[in-house]
Structure formats: C-alpha cells, structure tokens
Unconditional design. Structure first.
Ligand SMILES: [Zn+2]
Length: 176
C-alpha cells in the first residue's frame, strides 16, 4: 500500500473551506446534501435509500461514509425501513473493507452534531472506518476526530481504492 498522506487538522480545516467553496455552497447549505448530489464518481455502493462514498476528509485510509439520499436528521425522522436500508449499506461497506484492506477492525458510528459546526453535519450519515492496528491510534476518540489529521488521496489512488471496494462487493454478491 502506498504511504498514506495525512493533512494536519489546521490544514484539513483550510482544505474543507476550499472544498466547500468549490462545491458552490452558501452559508447554511447542507454539506452532506452537496456531497451526495456530486458523489457519482465517489460511490462505492448504493441502494434506494443511500450511497456509500469514500470520505475525502476521512481519518483513516479507506474511511467510508453512508449518506442518506434524503435530507433527514434523526433516526426517528428516517423511520425503520430507511434506517435498516442505511444499516445494510454499513454492513456491506464493512465487508468490502475487510476483503480489500484486511483491517484489524472496522468501526461503525452514526455521529453528527445537532448544531452546525465546521466538521460535523446533522444530515444522517454513518462512518465506516477500517482500523489498521490495535494501538493507541485505534482509540475511538482519536478515530472519530480530526485531531490526528485527515487522509488525502490523489486521483489515481482514490479511483483505484473505489474500484477495489466495488470489486470486493461484486465478488461477495456472487457467493450469496
Ligand atoms: Zn442534507
């Protein structure tokens, strides 16, 4: 695997502002809605209720996001059918990561701030994060924050990783 390039938190915040302006977002616009709408080339998996994309601001190599297609914020708003469909994507994403990156563990979490802050969004999404090793770096408080920086991919790495994850998913479908 190529060495992972990591941006520090201040660099990541600057890159995030740049990404938001390149998405044409105005203050108050939902970042997750914009990521979903522009996600076609980033999609690893999808179903009727959501998509799985490679997080361009992920904390670990292979960090994926399950994003609800509809702008809904809480589990109650989603309802069970939609919630279950999104969890199904988290399950499939976990298996694709396990087959592709052979991580020590895959962490799955629905986080999101109810208040608008720079690095978190209320639009329902699930983090699916492969953990390479069980060490101090695998503490959830570190994994689910930008304190250790974010992973950057160049275009070739990004496309290659997405292709491998899709392939792993297709191969799993064949053995179901
Ligand atoms: Zn939204």
């Amino acid at each position: 695997m190529a060495p992972v390039q990591v941006l520090s938190k201040p660099q990541a915040l600057a890159a995030l502002e740049l990404a938001k302006s390149s998405l044409g977002l105005r203050p108050g616009d939902c970042v997750m809605c914009a990521v979903y709408e522009r996600s076609r080339s980033d999609r690893v998996l999808e179903n009727a209720e959501g998509v799985v994309v490679l997080d361009r601001f992920g904390s670990r190599h292979g960090h994926l996001l399950v994003i609800s297609r509809a702008h809904l914020e809480g589990s109650g708003e989603l309802g069970w059918e939609r919630y279950a469909a999104l969890q199904r994507l988290a399950f499939e994403a976990t298996l694709a990561l396990e087959a592709t990156l052979d991580p020590a563990r895959v962490f799955v979490a629905a986080l999101g701030s109810s208040e608008p802050i720079a690095t978190s969004y209320p639009h329902y999404h699930i983090h699916v994060v492969p953990i390479a090793r069980h060490d101090d770096d695998a503490r959830p408080a570190r994994v689910f924050s930008w304190s250790a920086g974010i992973v950057q991919y160049d275009e070739d790495e990004r496309r290659e990783l997405i292709g491998r994850l899709k392939q792993a998913h297709r191969e799993r479908e064949l053995v179901l």
